[in-house]
Design a protein around this ligand. Structure first.
Ligand code: TXA
Ligand code: MG
Length: 316
């Protein structure tokens, strides 16, 4: 796609939400806020619209997408829920949880959304703006994070503008995303499995199910290709578990390690998650190597470390 589209910036008035819904219904690309990160939405039943997502992001085409719905009824029309899946949906939806479930026949979802597979990643986000847009669009919305492929996920409309202006039809500016990391993804092939750590801590899901989650197999890149090692990378080099800055590094601190910027001065992992991508963007904009303080591997710390490890993986 050439960079010549006029990207319309919309607010969240009823008229603007209705316009966003109409645009999606016509096969246009609209970025919108969710409680986790901004999504780049397209009608999930429209192959061409979905293909435009990959073009706009420059995303590897084997990556399947999450379909977003406004309510459980729509979700149940698309996929078969096991008792375990239903239990998690009732406990955590609307919210930062994605369930990978078998598609029903005649579901209408574009094959591009599942990358040709027979399982669909489904999510009902929390947040009035996202829900209102899905209702106005009257169709499930396929939406990856609204960043160019391989770059940091956007948590404000300005991040989306910086990455995708001129490449998509509209951006709905609903302010910053409160959670700040993507949804937790659970699959159910061979038992409930954590496919991606995210906004709902794995411990909360385990408590709800009454069992431990399985870890993805070593070949998880094939089942969740978005998990390719260097997927969440800023332009600069990233060094982890740093207690002090070396040479001209920007140090992103946490807790007692103050740093030049801090994910959370009080060591609060929820605050750190909400700040993560914003601070990576900020450090990246300084065009210096980035060092990051150690983050504990508990609760949302797992999702934060997962993102940081990807950011630190050298790209070729
Ligand atoms: O919070 C979120 O989940 C955000 C907001 C916009 O909803 N979306 C998001 O989408 O993070 P994306 O495309 O950046 O990440 C989706 C992940 C990818 O790792 C992809 O491989 C995985 O979900 N995925 C999608 N469909 C799948 C499927 N059928 N089976 C296994 N993994 C799947
Ligand atoms: Mg993404």
């Amino acid at each position: 796609m050439s960079e010549t589209l006029k990207t319309r910036i919309l607010g969240t008035s009823d008229a603007e939400i209705a316009e966003a819904g109409q645009k999606l219904g016509r096969g246009e690309l609209v970025a919108f806020p969710t409680e986790t990160v901004y999504g780049l939405g397209a009608d999930a039943t429209n192959d061409k619209a979905v293909a435009r997502i990959f073009a706009a992001k420059g995303r590897p085409s084997f990556n399947p997408l999450i379909a977003h719905v406004p309510d459980i009824e729509t979700a149940e029309r698309l996929c078969v829920f096991s008792p375990e899946a239903r239990c998690l949906a009732e406990a955590f939806w609307p919210g930062a949880l994605t369930l990978v479930l078998p598609l029903r026949s005649g579901n209408g979802i574009s094959r591009l959304v599942t990358a040709g597979g027979d399982h669909l990643a489904l999510r009902m986000p929390a947040g009035d703006v996202a829900t209102a847009i899905f209702k106005a669009a009257k169709t499930p919305i396929a939406a990856p994070s609204a960043n160019p492929s391989g770059r940091i996920s956007p948590t404000t409309a300005d991040h989306v503008k910086a990455g995708l202006m001129g490449r998509i039809d509209a951006i709905v500016d609903g302010g910053p995303c409160p959670v700040g990391v993507e949804s937790t993804i659970i699959g159910f092939t061979n038992g409930a499995t954590l496919l991606r750590a995210g906004g709902i801590p794995a411990e909360a899901i385990e408590a709800c199910l009454g069992t431990m989650l399985r870890s993805p197999a070593a070949d998880a890149a094939l089942t969740a290709p978005g998990q390719l090692a260097s997927h969440y990378a800023p332009g600069a080099a990233v060094r982890l578990n740093a207690r002090t800055a070396v040479a001209d590094e920007v140090l992103i601190g946490f807790g007692t390690i103050a740093g030049d910027l801090s994910l959370s001065p009080t060591g609060d992992l929820v605050e750190a998650a909400a700040n993560l991508f914003r601070l990576l963007h900020k450090a990246d904009a300084m065009r210096k190597p980035i060092a990051v303080a150690p983050i504990p591997e508990t609760g949302l710390g797992r999702a934060i470390n997962d993102r940081l490890t990807r950011a630190a993986t050298p790209r070729d």
